[in-house]
Design a protein around this ligand. Structure first.
Ligand code: ZN
Length: 478
């Protein structure tokens, strides 16, 4: 008997506005606990929320980029539940009338075919505060309300995903789109993107869905994939042995690499949603949407295609460069007025990426700016330094932040292109290696490389390799 997996996702993404959704408190991360609060986000009696226009703007931007229909009328609702991280005892969210509906995201499935994942909705809501539990058992729990009221976009998919890998690809695609449109940094370590998954298993050919399990609050795509893989095995095993699954909410334990039950369906919440009496319905005029649509930045898919067409890159190179809009920007800035963009692309893919990995930094923290990288290439193209020396110069730029020209000057790395100077070294090498020279003349062509190497060694890599080759050949074949 074969089983089929059905997966749906809910993504909470933090919109990067400077102030909160319904008050002017700062959204800055990592500040002193409870230092960014006011009567509105603390839910004190009589305080009235006012919608931050920037939240709406970023919500619409994301909606357009995700292919959604933008609602001209949407309504904020009270989602009622009590928990200590939520001082109002309700969260302002959207229920019946969300801002964005019916979007989609394209991914490549595991057979290399294009697959469309439909979105049910992408609505606005406010975040809750954060509970900090003491490490000591039975120690106190503390609460930080700085995050209370920070704007979120909740993106909900249709149950269109069939494998853990598809879930991973979908999440990566959504993250890219949100980053490209500038609505969120999606920094998962700061909790700016959290994922809940719904997964059920059914017999192949069965019309009805199986019993749904929810796995809550994952903050890494790799964990989402691992949790799904675990659930497929667990659920299949139960069904195969004739067991019955009951609907549960589960948590993924990264240490055990397994999901554990958090609560059963019986305890599931009834939120008793109703329209927020303190907020007017949101009415958006079409020119507001048009204005945002016109200003929408180029999306990842379009940029990948343009990189291939304009810079002559391979699909693979373009894919990697565009996987982060920051790296894509870096590449384009470095290429400006440079005749050979492919060379710069290769350098970024090998040398720059290596540095980012080694130093565990983002590209905008790299001391070598795109302009500095282009200057290094100008020195190479102009024959001032060889490609080999360029690598040495680059590593020096990374650690010191100095310009390529300055390092070449300070370290005396300028390429030697003076025929007279090279001639002396070539003569020395020929005299010192008589045996190799006669081997070459006797037909052992590989001996030539050795001789070039000797000249380069004596000049500490500074001799112009093209000239060295030319002059050596001239002399031995004479
Ligand atoms: Zn506030």
């Amino acid at each position: 008997m074969n089983y089929e997996t059905i997966i749906g996702l809910e993504i909470h993404v933090q919109l990067n506005t400077r102030s909160k959704t319904f008050c002017s408190c700062s959204t800055r991360y990592g500040e002193r606990p409870n230092s960014h609060t006011c009567p509105v986000c603390l839910g004190l009696p009589g305080a009235l929320p006012v919608l931050n226009e920037e939240v709406l703007r970023k919500g619409v931007t994301a909606g357009i980029a995700l292919g959604c229909d933008i609602a001209e009328n949407s309504v904020f609702a009270w989602k009622n539940y009590f928990y200590p991280d939520l001082p109002k005892a309700y969260q302002i969210s959207q229920f019946e009338f969300p801002l964005n509906k019916n979007g989609y995201v394209l991914i490549e499935d595991e057979n290399g075919r294009e697959k469309k994942i439909d979105l049910t909705r992408a609505h606005l809501e406010e975040d809750a505060g954060k509970l900090i539990h003491d490490e000591v058992p039975k120690g106190p729990s503390k609460v930080d309300y700085n995050r209370c009221g920070v704007p979120l976009l909740e993106i909900v998919t249709e149950p269109d995903i069939r494998t853990p890998e598809e879930a991973y690809r979908f999440l990566s695609a959504v993250k890219e789109i949100l980053q490209y449109t500038g609505v969120s940094e999606c920094n998962m370590e700061k909790g700016e993107l959290r994922v809940d998954v719904n997964i059920s298993i059914r017999q192949e050919g069965e019309e009805r869905f199986g019993v749904k399990q929810e796995i809550k609050n994952m903050n890494s795509f790799a964990n989402v994939k691992r949790a799904l893989e675990y659930e497929i095995k667990r659920q299949t095993k139960i069904l195969r042995s004739g067991g019955v699954l009951s609907q549960e909410t589960r948590l993924f334990n990264t240490n055990k690499n397994a999901t554990v039950s958090m609560r059963a369906k019986e305890e599931a919440h009834d939120y008793r949603y109703f329209p927020d009496p303190d907020l007017v319905p949101v009415v958006i005029k079409s020119d507001f949407i048009d204005e945002i649509r016109q200003k929408l930045p180029e999306l990842p898919e379009a940029r990948r295609a343009r990189f291939i067409a304009r810079y002559g890159l391979t699909a693979y190179d373009s894919e990697i460069l565009c996987s982060s809009y920051r790296i894509a920007n870096y590449f384009e800035e470095a290429c400006e007025n440079f005749s050979n963009p492919k060379k710069i692309a290769n350098w970024i893919l090998s040398e720059v990426m290596r540095v980012l990995k080694e130093e565990k930094i983002e590209i905008d923290q790299c001391k070598v700016t795109p302009q500095m990288l282009r200057e290094l290439f100008d020195l190479m193209e102009g024959g001032t330094i060889s490609g080999k020396i360029a690598k040495e110069v680059f590593d020096n730029m990374v650690s010191t932040g100095k310009s390529a020209a300055l390092i070449v000057e300070e370290k005396g790395l300028r390429q030697v292109s003076d025929r007279g100077e090279i001639d002396i070294v070539v003569n020395d090498v020929l005299i010192e290696n008589e045996k190799v020279v006669s081997d070459y003349r006797a037909g052992k062509k590989s001996a030539f490389g050795y001789l070039v190497g000797q000249v380069m060694k004596k000049t500490e890599g500074k001799a112009n390799p093209k000239l060295v080759n030319e002059m050596l050949k001239e002399k031995i074949e004479k």
